[in-house]
Design a protein around this ligand. Sequence first.
Ligand SMILES: [Fe+2]
Length: 258
Amino acid sequence: MKDTSDRFATNPLRRDLLKKLGLGAAAMGTAPFIASTAAAQSEDGEERAPRESEIGFRDGEFVLPPLDYDYDALEPRIDVETMRLHHSVHHQGYVNGANNALRKLDEIASGEGDAGLVKHWTRELAFHGSGHTMHLLFWNNMTPDGGGEPSGDLADAVNESFGEFANFSRLFKAASVAVEASGWGILGYEPVSRRLVVLQAEKHHDLTVHGVVPLLAIDVWEHAYYLRYQNRRGDYVDAFMNVINWDDVARRYRAASG
Ligand SMILES: [Fe+2]
């Protein structure tokens, strides 16, 4: 089979698919993916260079960036071994899967691949591509110095959308604990109503509301917590609330809400 790697960085189909995934800017090599693009602003809203941990696409391929903190930095709330496996093995798997799906779709686009498998490979791209972007968001949503409550514009938006922070916290934790099987709890910006919403995602992408920009996400797949918390997902969700990087969430909110 002909090597298509040289076309991988410039293929129009790939760009279109990335745009649909919210990854268009990343495809051009000018900015990290949409949620990271949102973060790539300074406190005063000026653009800044993305941190290394926010760059999930480089030289024509999805890549696994390093974390901003050490694997043991979130102890005792999230244990070092979970972090090591989660980042280096699980997240890497989504990176590999997304790259493979894009290559297969490029082959179909060029007439060299099996068009009968387009449904399979678009599903693979949706799963692995969403797995990659959600983990990029998740890692940057956390910090060893996290927790507390948001401030500024984000605090105002939380109050306008949910009444008060305690209401948001109650809803976000309930949604995260109640995800059926593997998935995510999400705080997102909904651009039609211009308000914040809490959503669940099953797997990485099922139950998506198109247009919503995820700002904060907690991974509730068992691989995210089982070593430390076993079946006590609620305890893990409570612990996560204490590592949230609200500055990161606020930057994403400012960018998403324009
Ligand atoms: Fe995960």
